[in-house]
Structure formats: C-alpha cells, structure tokens
Design a protein around this ligand. Structure first.
Ligand code: SOE
Length: 395
C-alpha cells in the first residue's frame, strides 16, 4: 500500500507537556517505521494559553493550536482525540469526544476516581456500537521485553504463576525544596505515586501475568507535607518560583501493597518517588512452577529468564536481549543490538491504536481495563486509610 492510498486519520491532542511531547513524537514517527493502515495527520493541539499552545504546536509538528479542547472535537478533520492533560480533565474530554464519534486515546490513570472511570467506560461501550474505539495509554505494555514476557507466560513457559513482584521506583521529589507541581495536588492528579506510577505496575503485572488483582492490604505515606508553591505549568523538572510561599502536598509520596490474584498468585507492589538513586526503575519479577522472568525498565531492552526445566547443573538466569526481528515490535526498528528507548513505547502504542481503528477491532488496554485498574487503586487507598485492612477489589 502506498502512503498516498492510506486513509488520513486526523489527530487532535489535548496538552503539550511531558506526555504531549512523547505522544507528538509517536504520531510523527509511527508511519515512518510501521506500515500503518492509516496515515496519522497531526491536525491541532489544544492548550489554555494561546502563546504557549501555538509555540508548542510549531515545535512539536502540529498544524494548528486551539485554546479550547472543544474546538478539537468540533473539527471535521479530527478523527482521534489524544488526551495528554492532567487526570482531572480526562472524563469530561473523553466522554464528549466519544459522544461526538471521535476515537480516544487517553493517558493513564484513566481518571481520578472510580466514578469518573465508570462514566468513561460506559461512554466507550456506547461508542463501540458505532465503531468508535478507545484505549488507555499504559505505554509500558509496549516495551518489547514486556510484550515478550506476556507471550512467554501465555505460552506456558513459566507454568503456574506463584508470585508477581512489581516495583516502580523514582526519586524526583526527594528534595524538600522541589515545588508543589500538579502531580502533588489531589484535585488535579487524583493521587500521588499510587495513581501516577502504581497504576503502571498494576497494569503491567496484570498484563504479563494474564490475571487480575482481587484483593489488597496497603500502606501509603506522605513524607514531605509542605513544599514551595510552583508556577502554574511547572512539570517534572520544575524549580520553585521562589516567592510564592509554601503549600500542602495532598497526595501520597509512596504506596506499598500486597495482594492476591484470581489465579492464586501472591503479589507485592511498591510505588515510590523517594527511592533515592532510582530514576525510572519499573521492575517486574514473576515466579512460576516452570520458571521465572525479571525486568527492569532502566535496562529496558533486556528480559531475564530462568528456565526451571533445564538441567540444574547449568540452569541459571539468562539475559535475553530483546532486539531480534521476531521480538514484539523490534523488527520495525534497527538491526539486533541497536537499542530502543522510552519514546518507542509511545510509537508502538500509536501503531496498535491505528491498526485497531482500521481493522474495526478493540484496542487494548480498553477503558474497561482502565476502570479495573482504577478499582485496584481505590481498594489500595481504602485499605491504607484503614490501617492496611484487607480490601477486596470491586468486581
Ligand atoms: C512521572 O512519575 C512519570 O512521568 C509518569 O507520569 C509516567 O507515566 C511514567 O512513564 C514516568 O514517570
């Protein structure tokens, strides 16, 4: 199929900060590396400030800038709404877009509350009947090593899963002078480490294990309760504005929980922004009767595998370099050993989303999957506020 013969898929993106930049890069590059069944067109982005949105649109390769996301939805040349704004905006934008017949890609966690996530999943269900697709942007599913891990578990290479151990360790707010950015505001973000990075490991663990967390016992902590106020648009690398005074942190800095999966596996999860020296250590280890897998995003091109069926004299964890042409996604990129990075996960996400839209199938993870993760987050928060009392995840 030539590029010209591919149907155009107009994209309108809401937000242009960290995630907006990552998604822009993906929309720009997916068609250059994958033979997509549609041609994404970066029609416009939306942001509240005219000047900043215009500058971002120019820098990131969008055709126009709007100051109201509703304008993106109104445009006939926009088929997909890509939501990269903070969690408090997701539900309203996603529901409006789905009702207008636009496909929706939404950043994680799906929403700030279970009620909002239910509303979004219901809107997705109604839209599905009209061929309108929706997907949550749990991008780590698209790390080739984790997609391979998923395939290996599904093929039975690990046997019966006994343990799922997941950690997401960052350290970007260890300094008490780090300002009160939106990710530390419950009204904007819904929760702290729990929803921001805990949601990723819940999704990744469930995806790889092919199973769901059914109950939890949790602890959450906010180590630093007062921080310097930040300017309105301050992001991950923000500096305090100096003269705005102090504000209160209203989210968790760390969340730890143990849980059980429906297949009988015992799980443990740790999400923290206080693991000094760990920058983006998203780790997963799975132990099964026939073997184990271990992954650390800080070495994201590798997957460790222990095959328990091997001769015990020579068995041992071995490192699979997940860059072979027959590894998930890898064949579209470079020759073996030429490593991929964080940005590729978003490109893979766009590829899978465009393919699902073109083939009229449901992309994964769906809004229902996002809702289920939201229910795990809610059970964790409830358990933690009740001194770790065992809490079932709402079915
Ligand atoms: C910040 O903690 C953050 O950017 C998350 O919001 C992302 O989802 C994760 O991929 C990296 O860390």
């Amino acid at each position: 199929m030539t590029h010209e013969s591919k149907p155009a898929l107009g994209v309108g993106m809401v937000g242009y900060a960290f995630m907006g930049r990552a998604h822009s890069h993906a929309w720009r590059n997916a068609g250059a590396f994958f033979d997509l069944p549609g041609a994404p067109v970066m029609v416009a982005l939306a942001g509240r400030s005219r000047d900043q949105a215009t500058a971002a649109a120019e820098r990131l390769g969008w055709g126009a800038a709007e100051t109201d996301w509703r304008e993106l939805i109104r445009r006939d040349d926009v088929d997909i709404i890509d939501i990269c704004s903070p969690g408090d905006t997701h539900a309203e934008i996603a529901v409006a877009a789905l009702e207008a017949g636009k496909h929706v890609l939404c950043e994680k966690p799906l929403a700030n509350t279970v009620a909002q996530a239910v509303e979004m999943a219901e809107a997705a269900e109604r839209a599905r009947a009209n061929g309108v697709r929706s997907m949550v942007a749990f991008n780590y599913r698209r790390v080739p090593a984790l997609a391979l891990a998923r395939d290996m578990v599904a093929e039975g290479r690990l046997g019966t899963i006994r343990h799922v151990r997941a950690q997401y360790l960052q350290d970007w707010i260890v300094d008490p002078e780090f300002p009160l950015v939106w990710r530390l505001d419950v009204n904007k973000a819904g929760s702290g480490a729990l929803g921001d990075i805990g949601a990723h490991i819940i999704d990744a663990a469930q995806f790889v294990a092919g199973d769901q967390v059914t109950g939890v016992s949790a602890l959450m902590e906010t180590f630093i309760r007062k921080r310097p106020l930040a300017g309105a648009s301050a992001g991950l690398g923000a500096a305090a504005s100096g003269n705005l005074g102090q504000g209160t942190v209203t989210v968790d800095d760390a969340a730890l929980f143990i849980g059980k999966m429906s297949g009988g596996a015992l799980t443990s999860f740790e999400a923290t922004r206080f693991a000094t020296g760990r920058k983006n250590a998203m780790r997963l280890e799975i132990n099964g009767s026939a073997g184990s897998l271990a992954f650390d995003f800080e070495a994201m091109n590798e997957l460790s595998f222990y095959d328990n069926t091997e001769d015990s004299r020579t068995a041992g964890f071995r490192r699979i370099l997940v860059t072979e042409p027959d590894h998930p996604y890898a064949g579209a990129w470079w020759p073996p050993g030429h490593l991929l990075g964080y940005d590729h996960t978003f490109t893979h996400e766009v590829k899978d989303f465009v393919e699902a839209i073109a083939s009229g199938t449901d992309p994964s993870p769906s809004f229902e999957d996002g809702l289920q993760v939201q229910r795990v987050l809610a059970a964790v928060a409830r358990s933690a506020s009740d001194r770790g009392v065992w809490t079932d995840v709402e079915a």
